[in-house]
Design a protein around this ligand. Structure first.
Ligand code: DO4
Ligand code: MG
Length: 280
């Protein structure tokens, strides 16, 4: 089951049928226990119509209202290696090695909801950075009780030169207007996502594919439930929250994003998140 936030209402997709929910408050709509079961019950009382799909095609928004977006890092070997390389001049390399092996995961605040964009909207790169990449990440929706109740696709846009200069600059490398994209929907399953699900990143410039890579989520070192346990240890999230689970795909060091590039991230079972890099 997939739920989409659109300008004209909340669309539920199930088994090829489209429904419009009677709910009008996204926070209340998504932050319910047993969301899969609740949605199944709800659609039994709703008419299905093929034209509801056009609401997704024409007025899609990011599937967020007042939730914070958090992120975890260095959860894949590829991410650890890339960060060790970029920060070795600053002596930061051994921090990444240590966090990869430590029991406590790296968790950081990524974005307030007003800085988040959805699929079809533009992401940004910073004016004061020369080395930028997208980070394609499976993103969890966790309800206020700390239960993982849905999955979406995240792009954790990152400035590698700022992050590499000094690990203490991480918040500036990661958090700025339109540095977080999530969408297109929240996929709600009746069991955890299939661990063989593949994440694919494609970056194209002038309609020509420039970079493509993919990785299965089972290559991640940590369990989703462990990340959530740490995140919820000393913080409450009254409307639930989103958690990006880290990247396993990093383009080669000679690659940087440019204005106009199109970033396409797909995850099996969820869909595709597409964002163009806009003027600085
Ligand atoms: O430690 C820096 C950030 C790591 C990150 O965002 C990732 O691994 O995805
Ligand atoms: Mg990341």
């Amino acid at each position: 089951m997939k739920i989409y936030k659109t300008i004209q209402g909340f669309v539920i997709e199930h088994k090829g049928q489209y429904y419009i929910s009677r709910h009008t408050d996204w926070d209340l709509f998504i932050n319910r226990e047993d969301l899969f079961f609740e949605l199944q019950r709800e659609i039994q009382l709703l008419p299905a119509a093929a034209e509801y799909k056009s609401l997704i095609d024409n007025g899609l928004q990011a599937p967020i209202q007042s939730q914070e977006v958090w992120a975890s890092g260095v959860t894949y070997l590829r991410s650890r290696n890339a960060r060790m390389e970029e920060s070795k001049g600053a002596g930061g390399d051994n921090f990444y090695d240590r966090v990869y092996d430590a029991e406590r995961p790296e968790l950081f605040f990524k974005s307030a909801p007003q800085r988040v964009v959805g699929s079809g909207q533009a992401v940004r790169i910073r004016k004061d950075s020369k080395w930028n990449v997208p980070e394609p990440e499976l993103t969890l929706f966790i309800n206020s009780k700390g239960q993982i109740s849905g999955y979406t696709i995240g792009n954790d846009m990152s400035s590698r030169d700022i992050e590499g200069e000094n690990p203490l600059y991480l918040p500036q490398a990661k958090s700025y207007d339109k540095s977080a994209a999530i969408g297109p929907c929240i996929a709600i399953f009746d069991s955890p996502i299939d661990s063989d699900s593949k994440i694919t990143l494609e970056i194209s410039r002038y309609d020509i594919p420039l970079f493509t890579d993919s990785i299965e989520i089972n290559r991640m070192k940590r369990k989703h439930t462990d990340l959530v346990e740490y995140l919820f240890r000393e913080m409450s999230f009254p409307q639930g929250c989103f958690l990006m689970t880290g990247t396993g795909i990093v383009p080669n060091d000679d690659f940087t994003l440019e204005v106009g590039d199109v970033v396409t991230i797909s995850i099996e079972g969820i869909g595709t998140l597409v964002n163009t890099v806009e003027m600085k």
